[in-house]
Design a protein around this ligand. Structure first.
Ligand SMILES: [Zn+2]
Length: 227
């Protein structure tokens, strides 16, 4: 029987640390392969344990500026929708006033991690993508339920270790494995859009595309649809 892993992503932390991915590859920016991201760290844990690890769920926690803020949030909503529909994430998104801190993310992630820890058979291993010392108390308690914890952190942009005061690393009784680093997988996380031939759902013609969504419409059918 394989061990069950659940991934918990602190969306605020991931957003702040995405620059380490770009820095690692010496690029300004690139698209991140969110479908692949949780699987990469599951594989790392499986290799460390030398047993099968199955990914049961990826839980993503994020915030969005409140409707009153006047920000155009449609792109952000589209991104969260993409995480759910195309990457199989379970998202937990909260409207916040602009400029407020991210306590909501930490509270809801901790609550979910402990809630599932208390559900028999929900997971054996929690993989936390978000190396923030505030998670210490919840991780310690999840471990009291016999759960194993893997923390994923990030190097600074110059490749150095972050200061101990701002990470969970080296804290007692919060994790079962040495820290993994987000940026160690930078190359694999870089989204590569493959050019493939696909058949238009409308007219049946074939066209080369990088679109990987479930339904494909050729460029002329897309143009007609828009008008
Ligand atoms: Zn067509």
């Amino acid at each position: 029987m394989s061990a069950k892993a659940m991934v918990f992503i602190d969306g605020g932390w991931l957003y702040r640390n995405r620059n380490t991915l770009f820095a690692k590859l010496g690029e300004e920016n690139f698209e991140i392969d969110y479908a692949k991201l949780p699987r990469l760290f599951c594989e790392d844990v499986a290799n460390r344990l030398d047993e099968d690890v199955s990914l049961v769920r990826t839980n993503y926690f994020g915030t969005i500026p409140s409707a009153r803020s006047g920000f155009n949030t449609s792109k952000q909503y589209a991104f969260y929708d993409f995480l759910e529909r195309s990457c199989g994430y379970e998202t937990d998104i909260h409207e916040v006033e602009v400029g407020t801190d991210e306590n909501w993310i930490k509270m809801s992630l901790s609550a979910a991690l402990l809630f599932y820890a208390a559900q028999p058979g929900a997971y054996d291993i929690a993989i936390l993508i978000g190396d923030d010392p505030d998670y210490g108390p919840s991780l310690r308690r999840a471990r009291l339920f016999g759960k194993r914890i893997q923390i994923v952190g990030a190097h600074l942009q110059d490749g150095k270790e972050p200061p101990a005061s701002s990470t969970l690393a080296n804290r007692l009784r919060v994790s079962d494995f040495p820290l993994l680093y987000l940026d160690d997988h930078a190359a694999e996380m870089r989204l590569v859009r493959e050019l493939v031939k696909r058949t238009c759902k409308q007219c049946g013609c074939e066209e080369e595309t990088t679109w990987a969504g479930p339904e494909f419409f050729c460029s002329s059918c897309r143009g007609r649809y828009r008008n």
